[in-house]
Design a protein around this ligand. Structure first.
Ligand SMILES: Cc1cc2nc3c(=O)[nH]c(=O)nc-3n(C[C@H](O)[C@H](O)[C@H](O)COP(=O)(O)O)c2cc1C
Length: 364
């Protein structure tokens, strides 16, 4: 079993590096800041630092969960962690299930703490594993990497498409509820299909304080599984995977929905620039997570990851200048127009989008 889990990890990385696995809708483009022609702010005054999981970070950006669990992924994790440490931002590891099944793989995850001693690190395990093995596994997951928090991932879209898929979805909320008083802060995250208000409210009621929306608009796990199906000649799964490529709640809409539940929210799924990070912050996210764009960079080396992150931070700072925001809390109040499909979705769902378009008091 552990070998299957481990080699599937490599398969996923190869497909993500070689094929076009993203959903084409980039919903962040529905969000426009109101340009401030007289910002009355010097570049040197801009401070994009913030705090996340109780630690100071240099920017509201995190490297989202991707890998570990196969010897060949250790270097990727090391490069992501070295860049996170250099820049001073949070980093997450991929599902630690493989290392629970085979402890010799633990170093493919613990390398992240070795390389990034000073930043928040987020562990990762599937909700299905939590439900099957109980909350005790969270201690092992957290201790393996000295995690600041553990993310429990939901990925039923992918499970439905992949042949090895585990589609028992009953009892997961109860498992999350019984884990919520664990000694480690917990995050519940999707993996590219988003989380809506009703689910977010149920999670908050179950004791979860932080939700990573991982919405639709970036990496599509349905597309990844479609490509894997194509490679093994499984035409039906390939077609179904393509059919569901853009299934889910787009990230910006999901963010508004999750924040309305009272949760702290991480924006991820299709965050592709520092401008998207700024848009996420203005909607109310604590940090914005990036996965796929950093994967190719991580195969080249940590400097390549760091250089990409610096470019995100530069675009974030430009947006802060052009909205007259000297700090992240000021950016949270910057007027943001919600247009197009995102506005339609939110209005259909009963949310007032106009409250973002005027300078807001920072009551959220
Ligand atoms: C290669 C790869 C592996 C991933 N593995 C995991 C995982 O093990 N656990 C998890 O919660 N999310 C995983 N994800 C999902 C990401 O954390 C993120 O939610 C999703 O890719 C959307 O972000 P993006 O559009 O920036 O890629 C993975 C993503 C990629 C690209």
């Amino acid at each position: 079993m552990s070998q299957i889990t481990s080699s599937r990890k490599l398969d996923h990385i190869r497909v993500c590096l070689e094929r076009a696995v993203e959903c084409e809708n980039h919903s962040f483009d529905d969000l426009s800041f109101v340009h401030k022609a007289l910002p009355e702010l010097d570049w040197s005054e801009i401070d994009c630092s913030t705090s996340f999981l109780g630690r100071k970070v240099s920017a509201p950006i995190m490297i989202s969960a991707m890998t570990g669990g196969h010897t060949e992924t250790k270097e990727i994790n090391a490069n992501l962690a070295l860049a996170a440490q250099e820049i001073g931002i949070a980093v997450a590891v991929g599902s630690q299930r493989a290392a629970l099944e085979d402890p010799t793989l633990e170093d493919t995850f613990s390398v992240v703490r070795d390389c990034a001693p000073g930043v928040p690190i987020v562990g990762n395990i599937g909700a299905v594993q939590l439900s099957r093995h109980g909350p005790e596994i969270l201690d092992r997951v957290a201790e393996m990497i000295e995690a600041d928090a553990v993310a429990i991932h939901l990925n039923y879209l992918q499970e439905c498409i992949q042949p090895e898929g585990e589609v028992e979805a009953c009892g997961v909320l109860e498992a999350i509820r019984s884990a919520a008083d664990s000694s480690h802060p917990l995050i519940v995250k999707e993996t590219g299909a988003g989380i809506c208000y009703e689910e977010a409210s149920a999670l908050v009621k179950a004791g979860i304080g932080i939700i990573d929306v991982a919405g639709c608009g970036g990496t599509s796990w349905s597309a990844v599984e479609a490509f894997r199906a194509e490679e093994r000649g499984d035409l039906e799964s390939q077609e179904i995977g393509e059919l569901f490529r853009c299934w889910g709640m787009p990230t910006p809409a999901s963010l508004v929905e999750c924040l309305a539940s009272g949760a702290e929210a991480i924006s991820s799924g299709g965050v592709r620039s520092g401008l998207d990070v700024a848009r996420s912050v203005a909607l109310g996210a604590s940090v914005a997570g990036v996965a796929l764009p950093l994967l190719a960079a991580a195969t080249r080396g940590h400097e390549s990851v760091a250089s990409q992150l610096r470019s995100y931070i530069r675009a974030l700072r430009i947006t802060m200048l052009l909205t007259g925001s000297a700090s992240i809390s000021q950016l949270q109040g910057a007027p943001l127009l919600i247009l197009g499909r995102t506005r339609e979705i939110l209005e259909q769902r009963g949310f007032n989008t106009r409250r973002f378009s005027v300078r807001r008091e920072l009551s959220r």
